[in-house]
Write a protein that binds this ligand. Structure first.
Ligand code: FAD
Length: 320
C-alpha cells in the first residue's frame, strides 16, 4: 500500500483526537510546559503563564527538539532551520524569487533535508540552484523493500537482531538517507547538486549567507536551510529539569552522561526509561532498543499500546 501523504496523516490524527474527546478517553490541554518536576505522587508540569501545575502518574515526552549541529542564528531573513521552514517567511520570500538565478543550500542529507528539497523543487523554477551539502558528498537512498519496512511497522524480530545489525539497519533506513520517492524526483531535476562538506556555522549578512566549513574555505549562498538533525534530548536541559532529576536520568542510563546515545540503550518495551519512577516514556529514543518505527510515524498504534499497557487494567476478555 502506498504511504499516506502527511496531510492525510494530519487529518487522521485530528479525527482520532476528536473521537477520543467525544468518548471522554482523552482531554486536550493547550499550553507550553516550562518545567518538569516530580514528587512522590507523580509528575508535576509547570505551564507557562499558569499558576497551577498539571500533574500525572506517568509522563510521555515526544518531539524531536530543535535542530542541532550548526552554529549561528538559524532563523533570520536568509536562513531557516528544518523545524521552522514550513511556516517561516523564508519560504514565501523564496517563492518571490522563483524565476531568479539564486543558490539555496540545504545543509544535511536525511529525511528533513529530503522534505525541504522536495518542497524547493515544487516551489522554485529551474534557475534556482539547490545545493545539498552532506559530509559524504552523496545523498544515499533509503532501503525500502518489504524486508526492511517490516521492522518499521512490526518490531517483533527487531530485538533479536543484536546491536551491530540494528545499527547497520538504522544507517541504511533512517540516518542520512533520502526516500526513494525524493531521489526519483531529484534524478530528473537539472538544478540540484550534491556537495561534500561539513558546515560548522552559518552567518547571515544583508545580501548573502556565509557557511564556515570544517577543513576548507567558507562557501557562500543566497539562502540556507539547516536540516542537520534534531536534539531528541531537548527535555533533559537544566532550564526544563531540576538538577536532581537530571542526575536521576543519568542513574537510569547506567551512570553515563545524559546524552541520547546512552539513554537510547535504556528504554524498555513499554518505551519507558529503565528504573525511572514514576514512569517516563520516551518513544523518540526507543528506536535502537525497541524498534525503528517508534521515533517516527511508522507504528503509532503499537506505540500507544506499549505506552498505555502498564497503566491499563486488562481483564481476561481483553477489555480495559
Ligand atoms: C520534514 C519532515 C518530514 C517527515 N516525514 C516523515 C515521514 O514521511 N514519515 C514518518 O514516519 N516520519 C516523518 N517525519 C518524522 C515525524 O514527523 C516525527 O517522527 C513525528 O512528528 C514525531 O512526532 P512527535 O509527536 O514525537 O513530535 P512532533 O510532531 O514534533 O510534536 C511535538 C509537539 O510538542 C510541542 N512542544 C514542544 N515543546 C513543548 C513544550 N515545552 N510544551 C508543550 N508542547 C511542546 C511542539 O510544539 C509539537 O507540537 C518527518 C519529519 C520532518 C521534520
Amino acid at each position: 500500500m502506498p504511504d499516506p501523504y502527511l496531510d492525510e496523516w494530519a487529518r487522521y490524527l485530528k479525527w482520532v483526537m476528536a473521537k477520543a474527546q467525544q468518548e471522554k478517553v482523552a482531554t486536550l490541554k493547550i499550553g507550553q510546559v516550562s518545567r518538569i518536576a516530580k514528587g512522590r505522587d507523580g509528575w508535576h508540569l509547570t505551564m507557562a503563564g499558569e499558576d497551577e501545575p498539571v500533574t500525572g502518574d506517568a509522563l510521555v515526552i515526544t518531539g524531536p527538539g530543535d535542530v542541532t549541529g550548526v552554529k549561528g542564528q538559524l532563523n533570520g531573513d536568509r536562513i531557516s532551520d528544518a523545524k521552522h521552514f514550513w511556516g517561516h517567511p523564508l519560504l514565501h520570500r523564496l517563492q518571490r524569487h522563483r524565476n531568479d538565478r539564486i543558490t539555496v543550500a540545504v545543509i544535511g542529507a536525511g529525511g528533513a533535508a529530503a522534505s525541504v528539497v522536495l518542497t524547493l523543487l515544487r516551489s522554485m523554477g529551474e534557475r534556482c540552484a539547490i545545493q545539498v551539502i552532506s559530509p559524504w558528498g552523496v545523498v544515499y537512498t533509503r532501503g525500502e523493500s518489504y524486508d526492511e519496512n517490516r521492522h518499521l511497522t512490526d518490531p517483533q524480530h527487531w530485538v533479536h537482531l543484536g546491536e551491530p545489525n540494528q545499527m547497520r539497519f538504522l544507517d541504511h533506513t533512517s540516518q542520512g538517507v533520502f526516500s526513494q520517492h525524493v531521489k526519483r524526483v531529484m534524478n530528473t531535476a537539472v538544478n540540484v547538486e550534491t556537495v561534500a562538506g561539513w558546515v560548522l556555522e552559518v552567518q547571515e549578512n544583508p545580501s548573502r549567507v556565509r557557511m564556515l566549513m570544517k577543513g576548507s574555505v567558507a562557501e557562500d549562498c543566497d539562502y540556507a536551510i539547516v536540516a542537520t538533525g534534531f536534539d531528541d534530548m531537548w527535555w533533559a536541559k537544566p532550564d526544563m529539569l531540576e538538577n536532581q532529576l537530571i542526575h536521576e536520568v543519568r542513574r537510569c542510563a547506567g551512570g553515563a552522561p545524559v546524552e541520547a546515545e546512552f539513554v537510547r540503550r535504556h528504554i524498555n518495551d513499554n518505551l519507558q526509561l529503565d528504573q525511572m519512577s514514576p514512569p517516563l516514556h520516551l518513544p523518540m529514543l526507543a528506536g535502537q532498543r525497541q524498534g525503528p518505527g517508534f521515533p517516527n510515524l511508522n507504528c503509532l498504534g503499537l506505540l500507544s499500546d506499549r505506552i498505555l499497557r502498564p497503566h491499563c487494567h486488562i481483564e481476561e476478555s481483553g477489555k480495559t
